[in-house]
Design a protein around this ligand. Structure first.
Ligand SMILES: O=P(O)(O)OC[C@H]1O[C@H](OP(=O)(O)OP(=O)(O)O)[C@H](O)[C@@H]1O
Ligand SMILES: Nc1ncnc2[nH]cnc12
Length: 172
């Protein structure tokens, strides 16, 4: 079976000097690897009662919407500022290489929603922490956080809400 970790491509000095960029596009491009990664992402949450997956713009959409479908859950996009058309909740955060904000259509997260936050990569953890804040602001509960790749030395987990389960398919 092709190996997921081997398919991950590392691009040095992208998008800035000193960043080792973890590129998942080879996984997306290969149907067997794509399915293998979705299996790995979905398995830990099969019995978690997830009602909605919140995927983070933009690479969190690559696997997030498909993951939602596999879990029988809805999908909500957390978008960069000014992209969502309806009333939104907002959270700001710092990146490994910059600063940004995320917004969410809070009205689409019903009372009692059990949200799984998903992104492709956790680096410093600020992006995913902001997405968790969005879910809480919208009145939902974060029941888990899911990543395709964790860059372990950056210790992004320390920024995530305490006590919320985190599952990762590939740790580098
Ligand atoms: O853990 P952090 O240090 O917060 O970084 C992780 C985030 O950085 C990347 O997104 P980016 O902002 O580059 O946007 P993109 O998905 O549109 O490429 C990645 O897709 C995560 O969302
Ligand atoms: N090193 C990295 N590779 C891919 N995505 C990232 N997002 C933040 N840091 C990253």
């Amino acid at each position: 079976m092709p190996d997921l970790a081997d398919a991950l491509r590392t691009i040095p000095d992208f998008p800035k000097p000193g960043i080792q960029f973890k590129d998942l596009t080879p996984v997306l491009a290969d149907p067997a690897l794509f399915g293998q990664l979705l299996d790995a992402l979905a398995a830990p949450w099969a019995d978690a009662g997830v009602t909605h997956v919140v995927g983070i713009e933009s690479r969190g959409y690559w696997f997030g919407a498909a993951l939602a479908e596999r879990l029988g859950a809805g999908f909500l996009p957390a978008r960069k500022p000014g992209k969502l058309p309806a009333a939104s909740v907002r959270a700001t955060y710092a990146l490994e290489y910059g600063e940004d904000a995320l917004e969410l259509h809070g009205q689409d997260l019903p009372d009692g929603a059990r949200a799984l936050v998903h992104d492709d990569v956790i680096a410093t953890g600020g992006t995913a922490a902001a997405a968790c804040e969005l879910v809480e602001k919208a009145g939902g509960t974060v029941v888990g956080i899911s990543f395709a790749v964790e860059i372990a030395f950056l210790d992004g987990r320390s920024k995530l809400p305490a006590g919320v389960p985190v599952e990762v398919a590939i740790v580098v």
